[in-house]
Write a protein that binds this ligand. Structure first.
Ligand SMILES: Cc1cc2nc3c(=O)[nH]c(=O)nc-3n(C[C@H](O)[C@H](O)[C@H](O)COP(=O)(O)OP(=O)(O)OC[C@H]3O[C@@H](n4cnc5c(N)ncnc54)[C@H](O)[C@@H]3O)c2cc1C
Length: 273
């Protein structure tokens, strides 16, 4: 069973104009009429200079459906408000997520995946003899739901029966956050380092932000998402065209990624100065 990860916008509070008005209170000018161009200039200034509190005056609320392993990543964003379906109140539906294509383990990044692999598990109700050791292995989720239903039928409480379904079991929750912390979420979860499955949700949230807060999201993308931040050793490497002796291999490889985007005449020789 392949399930869809979905993220639906259900409520919005505020607008770009409200964010700009909140910022104007700093100099006692909250109700001063302003043009879109003035709001845009102010919002871009706020993002550029890290004046984040006006962005906390705007909020968005979503209904999200995703497997538990994605929910585990989302819940780490502690500033969001969260309410989730309960496996104590309700029986879990036999509803789990599997990738359309199984990816292989990355050989360069311990937490990432690479291209597809030919791995293909068999579903429980596929043809074939389960006792045949040469047959494809039945997918664990089917077995887990079989056991879950067996426990419920035997009268085990839902709060205990639910211990066997897998990380791929679908769950759903309401997620609300303010724009400042949504930007932080997008910075981390639209990045190439984030798992592709949570990026589906991050892209949907970015889409909702671009419709409802276009000036703010543009400023955020210009000054944060697509910006390059340089550390002091990286500035030294750029200005001296050599690798500072304090730079570790990992820092150096991070720097080379940035240098490729900047495309300066930097020597890619990794020997230290
Ligand atoms: C690619 C990637 C890999 C990750 N890998 C792991 C992993 O292996 N293991 C793991 O456990 N986590 C992992 N995480 C989760 C990560 O460490 C953060 O917990 C998560 O991204 C939430 O970020 P946040 O704290 O900025 O967000 P929020 O919790 O929304 O917090 C927003 C901001 O509020 C402030 N804040 C919130 N709570 C506190 C606090 N208690 N004290 C001080 N300031 C606070 C901080 O400034 C924070 O940036 C990973 C995240 C990413 C993006």
């Amino acid at each position: 069973m392949t399930n869809q990860i979905t993220c639906e916008l259900i409520d919005v509070m505020g607008s770009d104009a409200d964010i700009a008005a909140a910022a104007r209170v700093s100099y006692g000018n909250r109700s001063k009429p302003s043009t879109d161009a003035e709001d845009e200039r102010l919002i871009r200034y706020l993002v550029r200079h890290g004046h984040t509190s006006p962005f906390e005056m705007a909020e968005m609320k979503f209904h999200i459906r995703a497997p538990i392993f994605v929910a585990r990543q989302m819940v780490r964003h502690r500033t969001a408000n969260w309410n989730e379906v309960s496996g104590r109140y309700t029986e879990l539906p036999d509803d789990y997520w599997t990738p359309e294509t199984w990816r292989s383990q990355s050989s360069t990044n311990k937490q990432a995946s690479a291209s597809s692999t030919p791995y293909s598990p068999r579903h429980f109700d596929d043809d074939g003899d389960l006792s045949d050791p040469s047959a494809p292995w039945p997918i664990a989720e089917d077995l887990a739901f079989l056991e879950y239903n067996r426990r419920l039928d035997a009268g085990v409480a839902r709060e205990l029966a639910r211990t066997c379904p897998q990380l791929s079991t679908m769950t759903e929750w309401i997620w609300k956050n303010d724009l400042h912390n949504i930007f932080n979420f997008l910075r981390l979860r639209r990045s190439a380092h984030a798992q592709p499955e949570i990026r589906i949700i991050a892209d949907a949230i970015a889409g909702a932000a671009s419709l409802n807060f276009p000036l703010s999201l543009n400023a955020f993308d210009d000054y944060i998402t697509h910006a390059i931040t340089l550390t002091a050793p990286e500035i030294l490497a750029l200005t001296t065209n050599t690798r500072p002796h304090t730079m570790t291999d990992s820092e150096w490889s991070d720097f080379l990624v940035k240098a490729d985007r900047l495309n300066p005449p930097i020597s890619k020789d990794s020997s230290c100065c």
